[in-house]
Design a binder for this molecule. Structure first.
Ligand code: SAM
Length: 417
């Protein structure tokens, strides 16, 4: 153990420290902080299980510091220490809290394995390739969003000083990833004039504000943003924040997705009809984690209003799962409950993607954010295209999927009625 601590100390002293990971916690230990100090086995505090600790060097106010990411079951917490405190905290974490540690330096990789009986083994491996230290600060990396903007405090994401609170770290990661993806997608779409965006099932508005901020402040787009939300209390609160922040062309509308007016055609042509034209009243349709078939209602709105872009992150795929359960089709995969659940998710979204393709949307399925932050991590992105579509083949694929899993009707098929 002392051998490992010595190696850590010299890497901090010589400036060759690249990163360190602590893993294999010793069961459920009680962990808490007193000031910046982490202490174990403290009774009577709000405490949860620590899974890993990741340490990397950063530059803070021109000084080299070490950023510790404490990974708990459902959230991350970050703390920054100088070299001396870093050594102290890691030594403490290795005294009965974590059994394994991996230290990466510019010249060697050092692994520490401690057995349950307390026997420590250290393994060293020289580094052959040229290694670099990454000393960027997170705030620089996540520059798409400026957490100093006052609405982030009002929305409850940050402290008054613009620091993301510990509880909101995972939401912030999701926000940054979302903006990064939408940024990439929107760059490939040609918009004329003011861009009208509707965010259906906008909830507390974090993602709506993030996109509004990014598009207006960073991209200088001329946009009209509407958050559609069924809960009146949220709508009132968010509209107050918008007003206080003096954000123009941005509002929340109290409405169900189904009855939100975005200039959609009321009826769509039957499946058999070859072509249809819609008057575009909406440029971008967004629906993130809109529950169950609310995602389908949003897709219908997007297609009917001729949106150039449809972006949705589906949520709780109950409708198809219930149909699959009811049909009792026995399949080597879906006979297992967990697989049935996962298959229902995939079939629900695969049919959504096919129907979007049917209406001329080039559709991609991408990972929204790593599973560890939210299990609802799939993003369906459809870009309107003029390319010809083999509608017959798409309908056949939908029918085959439904037949295979005993599904009578996907909710989104109501767009064909
Ligand atoms: C899980 S939250 C997601 C919020 C936000 N889009 C996000 O991803 O952080 C879903 C929101 O959609 C709203 N919602 C659900 N069904 C709706 C419907 N049919 N019409 C309008 N809003 C709806 C709920 O009230 C809730 O605030």
């Amino acid at each position: 153990m002392q051998n490992f601590i010595d190696k850590l100390q010299s890497s901090l002293k010589e400036g060759s420290f690249v990163k360190l990971t602590l893993s294999k916690p010793v069961g459920t230990r009680l962990i808490a902080y007193v000031g910046t100090r982490l202490i174990a086995s403290v009774q009577g505090q709000s405490i949860e299980e620590l899974r890993n600790v990741y340490v990397k060097p950063i530059i803070l106010k021109n000084e080299k510091m070490y950023s510790f990411t404490y990974r708990y079951e459902r959230r991350d917490e970050t703390k920054n220490y100088d070299a001396e405190q870093t050594l102290e905290v890691i030594t403490e974490l290795l005294s009965g809290i974590f059994l394994n540690a991996s230290l990466f330096t510019l010249t060697e990789d050092v692994t520490l394995l401690v057995s349950k009986k307390g026997k420590a083994t250290v393994m060293c491996k020289a580094v052959k390739e040229q290694r670099e230290q990454n000393v960027q600060h997170d705030k620089v990396k996540n520059r798409l969003i400026n957490t100093d903007n006052p609405w982030w405090f009002k929305l409850g994401l940050t402290t008054r000083e613009g620091k993301v609170t510990a509880d909101m770290q995972h939401k912030f990661k999701q926000i940054c990833k979302y903006v990064e993806i939408v940024d990439g997608v929107m760059k490939n779409v040609k918009f004329d004039g003011k861009i009208r965006i509707a965010d259906m099932g906008a909830g507390k508005g974090y993602l709506t504000f993030a996109l509004y901020e990014y598009l207006t402040q960073k991209c200088k787009y001329d946009i009209m943003m509407e958050g559609v939300e069924i809960r009146p209390d949220l709508v009132v609160k968010i509209n107050e924040i918008i007003k206080e922040s003096n954000l123009k062309d941005f509002r929340f509308v109290e409405s169900s997705i189904e009855s939100f007016g975005c200039g959609c055609q009321q009826t769509m042509p039957k499946v058999q009809s070859s072509e249809f034209k819609v008057q575009s009243q909406l440029d971008v349709l967004i629906a993130l984690h809109a529950c169950n078939t609310a995602t389908d209602d949003a897709i219908i709105k997007g297609i009917k209003s001729g949106a150039k872009l449809i972006i949705c992150a589906p949520c709780c795929h109950k409708q198809i799962r219930q149909e699959m359960e009811k049909s009792k089709v026995v399949d080597p995969i879906t006979r297992y409950g967990i697989f049935l659940e996962r298959q229902a998710v995939m079939i629900t979204d695969a049919i959504r993607a096919l129907i979007m393709e049917y209406y001329g949307y080039k559709t991609q399925v991408m990972e929204f954010i790593e599973m560890e932050h939210t299990p609802k991590n799939i993003l369906l992105v459809g870009r309107k295209s003029d390319a010809p579509v083999d509608k017959e083949s798409i309908l056949k694929q939908i029918e085959e999927l439904k037949k295979q899993y005993g599904i009578e009707r996907h909710y989104l098929e109501r767009i064909f009625d």
